[in-house]
Design a protein around this ligand. Structure first.
Ligand code: CO
Length: 171
C-alpha cells in the first residue's frame, strides 16, 4: 500500500471544504489504508484526507496515551473515521503546543476543547461514536479542522519556527 505525498498550503486542496463520503467501497478502503501508511511513515498521530490531496471527509488517528508513572504503556489505538462530526465539546478549554504534517518546521500554541464526542462511520458505513479527552481530543479537533480547510496557524495564539525536533505527536 503506497505512502502518499503530504501536501502543504501551496496546494489549494488543503484549504477546501472536503466533501462527505457517500460510497463505502473498495476505493475508500484503499484511501484509508494509504492514509494509515502515510501517517506512520511521516511519522504522525493523525492525518486527514485533504492532506494527501483528496478532498473527502476521512480521518485516521493512531495514538497511545503517555503511561502514568510506573504503569505499562498502552498499545496505540487506531481510529479510522468517515464523515466525522463533533457532536459534543466540553466548555473547558486547554492550551497546547501543536505541529502539523502539512506545515513542517512550525509549531503553535492552540486552544482546544478538553474533551469532545465524535460521531462518524466506519469503513463499512456503520455509525460509530468516540469519546476523546486530553491529547486525543486535541488530535480529533485538529484533523476535523483539516476537513474544513482550517489549519492550526488560523487558530494559534502564537506560531514559531521550530529548531530541532517536531513536537511529540504531530498530527
Ligand atoms: Co495537521
Amino acid at each position: 500500500m503506497p505512502v502518499r505525498t503530504i501536501i502543504t498550503p501551496a496546494n489549494p486542496i488543503l484549504r477546501q471544504k472536503a466533501k462527505k463520503v457517500t460510497t463505502f467501497g473498495p476505493a475508500l478502503k484503499t484511501l484509508v489504508d494509504d492514509m494509515v501508511d502515510t501517517m506512520r511513515e511521516a511519522p504522525g498521530v493523525g492525518l486527514a484526507a485533504p492532506q494527501v490531496a483528496v478532498s473527502q471527509r476521512v480521518i485516521v488517528i493512531e495514538f497511545a496515551p503517555e503511561p502514568e508513572e510506573g504503569q505499562e504503556p498502552e498499545p496505540p489505538k487506531l481510529y479510522r473515521v468517515i464523515n466525522p462530526e463533533i457532536v459534543k465539546a466540553s466548555d473547558e478549554m486547554v492550551m497546547g503546543v501543536e505541529g502539523c504534517l502539512s506545515i513542517p518546521g512550525y509549531a503553535g500554541d492552540v486552544e482546544r476543547h478538553a474533551a469532545v464526542s465524535v460521531k462518524g462511520f466506519n469503513l463499512q458505513g456503520k455509525p460509530i461514536k468516540i469519546k476523546a479527552e486530553g491529547w486525543l481530543a486535541r488530535i480529533f479537533q485538529h484533523e476535523i479542522d483539516h476537513l474544513d480547510g482550517v489549519l492550526l496557524i488560523d487558530r494559534a495564539a502564537k506560531v514559531w519556527k521550530m529548531e530541532g525536533e517536531a513536537p511529540r505527536n504531530t498530527p
